[in-house]
Ligand binder design. Structure first.
Ligand code: UFG
Length: 330
């Protein structure tokens, strides 16, 4: 049994590859290295560099390796960039899924675990958000991922390709031993930005808006540790291997933290002042995003190990403190 991880050199992909290797799986990593890092790839995995949209490349890998299942992370994922350049997102993400499914069909690969996102829900009418709630994205990133979910659904109906869509909320943290972590260029996420300020590699921090309808006026998000998230992919793979039907799961902690609470926690964890100012709202930010993750807990038996935001931030801090330049390849 060999699992191909597309995007296995990225932040969540590389942590999932490490957890798959620990679980004794045989792993092939496919990554273009456009945003991924070669040094993030677990040395036990066999690596092929190429683009998911390149059918000939996929065919060459699937001819060499006997792939039983796919975990698909390879996608563009910056919301503001998607607003400015939507076609990039429909090309790289949505069209990439079509190419992948076509070649999976040619090679008789019938199982795929897919990185979806809370961004497919858009502005929620109620929190916590359930899997059955309406999916009305407010940006092209979420729309491109929702289209990918729909393409997988119809490919299941027509060709019997079974999928699990994992809808992530806010992913944070790093491998607790400090070996791999988050390294985006540019970095747009709150926790790594705060920790870069703490580490002295970034000047200042702006909190985007304090006039939202939340307890302290700043946005509220649901944070999940990257290793807990990685483990959910292995459970999803085993769910498909057991012959279950295609479905979607939210992955979050069911607890929300405001941006100011995250800043306070980071100050506690790092012992640094971390200067911050309140700036204007960032376009497209929903006020509050909290997941109902009962389905993943009940059906997959997912039990996240991290339920404390300080512990999540502490693992991210270990990575940032010891790797102020990230993987140092940009
Ligand atoms: N924020 C700041 N200052 C910054 C960066 C972010 O105040 O410098 C705020 C944002 O405005 C937001 C919060 O921090 O209120 C979290 O922002 P992130 O960019 O870290 O994450 P998002 O919630 O925008 O998006 C992330 C993923 C999406 C996913 C979403 C689901 O990037 O793919 O979580 O919750 F859809």
């Amino acid at each position: 049994m060999t699992i191909a991880v597309l995007g296995g050199a990225g932040y969540i992909g590389s942590h999932t590859v490490a957890q798959l290797v620990k679980a004794g799986e045989d792993v092939v990593v496919i990554d273009s290295l456009i945003t991924g890092h070669k040094a993030a790839i677990n040395p036990a995995a066999r690596f092929y560099q190429g683009d998911v949209r390149d059918r000939e490349f996929l065919r060459s890998v699937f001819s060499k390796e006997k792939i039983d299942g796919i975990i698909h992370f390879a996608a563009s994922s910056i919301v503001p960039e998607s607003m400015a350049d939507p076609l990039k997102y429909f090309d790289n993400n949505t069209y990439g899924m079509i190419a992948l499914l076509e070649v999976m069909n040619e090679f008789g690969i019938k199982q795929i675990v897919f990185s979806s996102t809370a961004a497919t829900y858009g502005e929620p009418k109620q929190v916590p958000i359930k899997e059955t709630d309406p999916q009305v994205p407010t940006n092209p990133y979420g729309e491109s991922k929702l289209a990918m979910e729909k393409i997988m659904h119809w490919s299941d109906v027509a060709y019997g390709v079974k999928f699990v869509a994992l809808r992530y909320f806010n992913v944070a943290g790093a491998m607790p031993d400090g070996s791999i972590g988050e390294d985006h260029h540019p970095e747009t996420h709150l926790i790594p930005i705060i920790l870069q300020v703490a580490a002295g590699t970034r000047d200042g921090l702006q909190i985007f808006g304090d006039d939202y309808d939340t307890p302290d006026g700043t946005n509220v998000r649901d944070y999940v540790h990257v290793v807990d998230l990685a483990d959910a992919h292995i459970l999803a793979l085993n769910y498909l291997r057991a012959g279950h039907d295609s479905t979607a799961f939210n992955l979050g902690s069911a607890t929300g933290f405001s941006n100011l609470e995250i800043l306070k926690s980071a100050r506690e964890v790092t012992g640094k002042t971390i200067p911050a100012e309140i700036g204007p709202r960032r376009p497209g930010d929903p006020s509050t995003l909290i997941a109902a993750s009962d389905k993943a807990r009940d059906v997959l038996g997912w039990t996240p190990n991290y339920d404390n935001i300080n512990d999540i931030i502490a693992t991210a801090w270990k990575w940032h403190e010891t790797h102020p330049e990230g993987f140092g390849d940009r």
